[in-house]
Design a protein around this ligand. Structure first.
Ligand SMILES: Nc1nc2c(ncn2[C@@H]2O[C@H](COP(=O)(O)OP(=O)(O)OP(=O)(O)O)[C@@H](O)[C@H]2O)c(=O)[nH]1
Ligand SMILES: [Mg+2]
Length: 364
């Protein structure tokens, strides 16, 4: 049996990791060996910590995206099993990448020497920005160039998943579906909640289909793509905190996310995805901000009291990375003071991603 390769695309904060976790649980429940590949421009990935904390086998491509370091993707896939491939490989590309059919799926089929059973390529639509972007209703919080990436992601999809139906008004879901069908016809549209699991059965059925999939190569203006990516400032940091007294890990993460959200809103810097994970003694919590409008949420409470924790902050925000770093450093200081914590910033990287230069690009 060839290993099944499932790649789940979609914009920053769309719900890729949450969906992959649902899929992974399903396959593990079937007794299958799975492996997950995460991807980001630097190390210290909240997603990797999150999925590993759930007990999954995770390999990380850090330092460049799948498309620009195709060999890192394949070597990470090969490293997932001890000498043999997992039966199911779940891959999460960077949420600001597009052109993944030409630069990842086609090369996996046509260049990579190991035969894989490649599932249809699904892209998760992020409603908070999607509705505004697809309606051409103002800039949607981002610039037209970042919006270009959002649209291109949907254009190359074999199918589109409208996520977060647990909280979206039915009228919005209908409107989103109509917009996708109008602007990107011939792509099945699924409705799903990666959080509750609603609709995951339909997603699984879609992923089992085989046929004319992974073929939507498209024209991409790499100048616009590069500028759109660069407009989203990137920050990854890892901080250790400790105190003489116990503190509630969930409260700490929520306070930090709320402070950061308030600062970004004041600075008119739209969050594409801000995520914070706190890890302590076998327990962990995650807080996220997926748009300035929606604000912070504790997506995974730990209910832990602790005297020390490891906190990882990943942020993609439409702002200057130096300004983003200043905000994060100041709010770490403020929150540490409020919780009476000593803290140490172990790593802090902030930058604008460079121009994507794919290893392979197969458009024939
Ligand atoms: N209410 C609700 N929240 C969701 C759903 N899916 C994901 N989320 C939340 O949305 C946030 C982002 O989800 P992720 O799965 O981390 O998104 P992602 O696409 O992997 O994000 P990046 O890796 O940063 O691009 C988290 O707070 C999730 O808990 C959903 O179906 N319903
Ligand atoms: Mg993710």
């Amino acid at each position: 049996m060839k290993p099944v390769y499932i790649m789940i695309g979609g914009f920053l904060g769309a719900g890729k990791t949450t969906t992959i976790s649902q899929l992974a649980q399903h396959f593990v429940g079937q007794g299958k060996k799975i492996g997950i590949v995460t991807n980001d421009q630097t190390t210290d990935l909240v997603d990797t910590h999150n999925l590993r904390s759930q007990g999954f086998n995770v390999g990380e491509v850090a330092g460049s995206c799948f498309c620009c370091n195709f060999d890192a993707l394949t070597s990470t896939v090969e490293g997932l099993g001890a000498g043999e491939f997992p039966e199911v490989i779940l891959a999460e590309p960077v949420g600001s990448c597009t052109d993944l059919v030409a630069t990842v799926i086609r090369p996996l089929t046509e260049v990579y020497g190991v035969p894989l059973d490649i599932a249809p390529y699904g892209v998760i639509l992020k409603p908070s920005h999607g509705l505004r972007i697809l309606k051409d209703d103002g800039p949607g919080g981002f610039s037209p160039k970042a919006n270009y990436i959002f649209r291109k992601q949907i254009e190359e999809a074999d199918f589109v998943v409208i996520n977060r139906i647990d909280e979206l008004p039915a009228a919005d879901v209908d409107e989103l579906q109509a917009l996708i069908e109008e602007k990107f016809p011939d792509r099945p549209v699924l409705r799903c909640s990666a959080k509750t699991g609603d609709g995951i059965d339909n997603l699984l059925a879609m992923l089992e289909q085989r046929g004319q999939f992974g073929r939507r190569v498209m024209e991409v203006d790499y100048d616009i793509y590069a500028e759109g990516e660069a407009e989203l400032g990137w920050l990854n940091s890892q901080v250790s905190v400790q105190s003489d007294k116990s503190f509630a890990l969930d409260d700490l993460l929520m306070q930090l996310s709320s402070n950061l959200h308030a600062r970004l809103t004041d600075a008119d810097a739209e969050a594409a995805h801000l995520k914070v994970i706190g890890l302590c003694d076998g327990s962990y919590a995650v807080a996220n901000v997926v748009s300035n409008e929606t604000g912070p949420e504790l997506s995974l409470p730990s209910q832990s009291e602790t005297k020390s924790a490891n906190v990882v902050v990943n942020a993609r925000v439409a702002t200057d990375p130096d300004e983003l770093e200043t905000i994060v450093r100041e709010e770490l200081k403020n929150v540490a003071a409020k919780f009476d914590l000593a803290y140490e910033v172990n790593t802090m990287q902030s930058f604008r991603p460079g121009r994507p230069v794919p290893t392979h690009r197969i458009t024939e």
